[in-house]
Design a protein around this ligand. Sequence first.
Ligand code: HEC
Ligand code: HEC
Length: 211
Amino acid sequence: MKQFSLILLSSLLIAGCSNLDRSRDLANQNVRPEVTARQLCSDCHGVDGNSVSPNFPKLAGQQEEYLVKQLQSFRHGDRASEQSYQYMWGMTATLTDEQIKGLAHYYNQHVIKLSLSKETDRILLAKGKEIFENGIPAKQSPACKLCHGAVGEGMATIPRIAGQHAAYLVRQLVIFQENAGRPGTPMESVTHGLSAAEMDSVASYLQALGV
Ligand code: HEC
Ligand code: HEC
């Protein structure tokens, strides 16, 4: 009898563990962050944070503090662009600060992979590099590298932008410029005078920038 209940107990434990290892339940805090990342967030952001579709930002190699800040800001409803509330408000509604820290750590540990780019327009890329390195003095637009780092790697709550999908970068630049859901950051004045063509060129340059 004793032996039987031991067997029963251990099989229950195994079943319990494998449930926690294969769970998409965001509200269960016993599910480890890496399991949540692999089983759920991966639908859009890729298993290792290297999303394939440019609709979804790459999270691999992103600054840990930046990720924490963004996840908290989705959760509070502060980051309120259309795609944010469509996709990320529900995802973050029940997350605790501990879960958020774990998820941020998971993605920070992975290495960002460059997407193959069909971009061969050297003039476009050269214009983008110029904006990244020197800004646009005539428009009082500062150089991106002043804040985002010499190779676009970011620091603390300033995001890595090197290697990110160009279409996602452009979408965020427009959101900052139109003050459409990410208020209170220096990016509103940075983007103030940028034309669509300038946004395009700097984003194309950044997508191809490896670190
Ligand atoms: C159904 C698709 C989908 C799922 C699942 C999803 N996301 Fe997202 N996520 C998005 C989209 C779309 C955006 C971009 C929102 C925007 O444009 O503001 C985003 C943005 C983010 C950002 C901001 C990145 C940046 O560079 O600012 C983080 C961090 C993030 N998601 C983390 C997660 C985590 C962690 C999970 C799992 C708990 C998750 N996402 C699940 C679609 C998704
Ligand atoms: C004065 C400092 C500063 C300068 C200069 C600057 N940025 Fe930023 N940028 C930031 C900060 C801070 C954030 C994070 C905003 C937030 O917390 O939502 C950011 C966010 C971004 C994002 C959002 C990334 C994401 O994953 O969602 C993009 C894209 C971006 N910057 C591009 C640029 C480009 C391109 C330039 C140059 C034209 C530039 N930045 C210049 C400080 C700066």
